[in-house]
Ligand binder design. Structure first.
Ligand SMILES: *[C@@H]1O[C@H](CO)[C@@H](O)[C@H](O)[C@H]1NC(C)=O
Ligand SMILES: *[C@@H]1O[C@H](CO)[C@@H](O)[C@H](O)[C@H]1NC(C)=O
Ligand SMILES: *[C@@H]1O[C@H](CO)[C@@H](O)[C@H](O)[C@H]1NC(C)=O
Length: 358
């Protein structure tokens, strides 16, 4: 079905990308203040801004060729050739600087935390167990605890809890979780017995139940504008295709099907949270990552082979290898993560949806 929509590079890619670039230039080039004063980022490697760099794990990407297209030209710990989706959402909303990571050797200072903090961590999931077989990560419950620390610093800086609440209520909170609970837990049967204990629908229910507590805690800590991204088309990554094979399809359809109950339940949870917190002015919105990824995928002639030389064992780029030249033609940078160009399209989609809660 998708193959009919393949765009040939010489046909559409450049014109499509130039339209997008024009749209982006309009948004980013303005000198207006940001649409929201502050932005907090929770998630996995798709949003990580360097939080894994100092953890005891091989799943960190603080080396070349990561960052080759980043403004500084060096690796920052982002799982991308350049910016990630969370970065680009920030730019589209008018933020002039990148939101700093929480867990670094130079943690953000009191002025910086007023503008936002990035807590996202590669390999992390909603469940504490997720991804831990590979090494340390900062799971979602810990990310929320880290945010608690930020919130108390903000209250101290602004002089009262009330002042902190007024400030925090204007911020955007973006969360992207759940991908690793499948890729680095449920499907990793050598390291995890969740698939023995839970069928796919029960597992989705377990994840969404946990996530619900974490999102409610964020609300208690002052979050009022919250975007929650669903799980991606995890069966369309080069890593999934290499590991499982597609049996003639474009993607590993069984993997894409596996996460449907999670996304359905998450969408219902978002409706419930809006109903439950309607008196506190809170607005939650579900971001359809499956749709965003499918739309973004159309723009790229090379959909299932990564741009860099990815390690067959881990899926991340082998250090100091040369990446492909035509990075804008690839949907994927390494075996699991989109290129900056693909992230840009996903971010545009998210931004379009988020306007409704900002
Ligand atoms: C906080 O850090 C930013 C960026 O490094 C710096 O420009 C600013 O002067 C610092 N502010 C304070 C109060 O230390
Ligand atoms: C699953 O694994 C956990 C920890 O690895 C263990 O405590 C538990 O007994 C296992 N459960 C089953 C049903 O195998
Ligand atoms: C591959 O597709 C064929 C035809 O649809 C089907 O009969 C077969 O079971 C599939 N094999 C796997 C491993 O999914």
């Amino acid at each position: 079905m998708g193959s009919r929509l393949n765009l040939h590079p010489s046909c559409c890619l450049s014109s499509f990308l130039s339209i997008i670039s024009t749209l982006l230039a309009g948004a980013a080039g303005s000198s207006r203040p940001p649409k929201v004063p502050c932005y907090f980022i929770f998630g996995d490697s798709l949003f990580d801004g360097g939080n894994n760099n100092h953890l005891n794990t091989p799943m960190k990407v603080d080396y070349s060729p990561y960052g080759v297209d980043f403004p500084s030209g060096v690796a920052t710990g982002r799982y991308s050739n350049g910016r990630n989706t969370a970065d680009i959402v920030g730019e589209l909303l008018g933020f002039k600087s990148f939101i700093p990571p929480f867990a670094t050797s130079t943690p953000p200072n009191d002025s910086e935390i007023l503008v936002g903090v990035n807590y996202a961590s590669g390999t992390a999931g909603i469940l504490v167990e997720t991804g831990k077989y590979m090494g340390e990560n900062i799971d979602m419950s810990q990310q929320v605890k880290n945010h608690e620390e930020t919130v108390s610093r903000i209250a101290q800086k602004l002089g009262s809890k009330k002042a902190a609440d007024d400030h925090l209520g204007q911020c955007l909170y973006l969360s992207n979780m759940g991908n690793n609970d499948y890729i680095a837990n449920y499907l990793e049967t050598q390291f995890s017995n969740f698939s023995k204990r839970y069928n796919p629908d029960q597992f989705a229910a377990l994840l969404v139940e946990q996530y619900s507590h974490q999102l409610v805690r964020m609300h208690e800590l002052g979050a009022r504008k919250v975007g929650v991204a669903g799980v991606n088309r995890i069966g369309c990554t080069p890593g999934a295709i290499t590991t499982y094979g597609t049996n003639g399809s474009l993607c590993v359809e069984s993997m894409n099907k596996l996460v449907v109950p999670f996304n359905n339940r998450l969408e219902s949870l978002i409706d419930n949270l809006n109903a439950r917190f309607s008196d506190s002015d809170a607005k939650f919105i579900y971001l359809d990552s499956t749709l965003a990824g499918a739309i973004a995928g159309l723009a790229f002639p090379i959909k299932s082979s990564p741009c860099c030389k990815a390690s067959p064992a881990t899926g991340i780029c082998i250090p100091n290898t040369d990446p492909c030249k035509l990075r804008r033609a690839h949907a994927y940078w390494d075996a699991f993560h989109p290129t900056e160009a693909a992230s840009r399209l996903i971010a545009l989609f998210y931004r379009w949806a988020l306007v409704r809660i900002l």
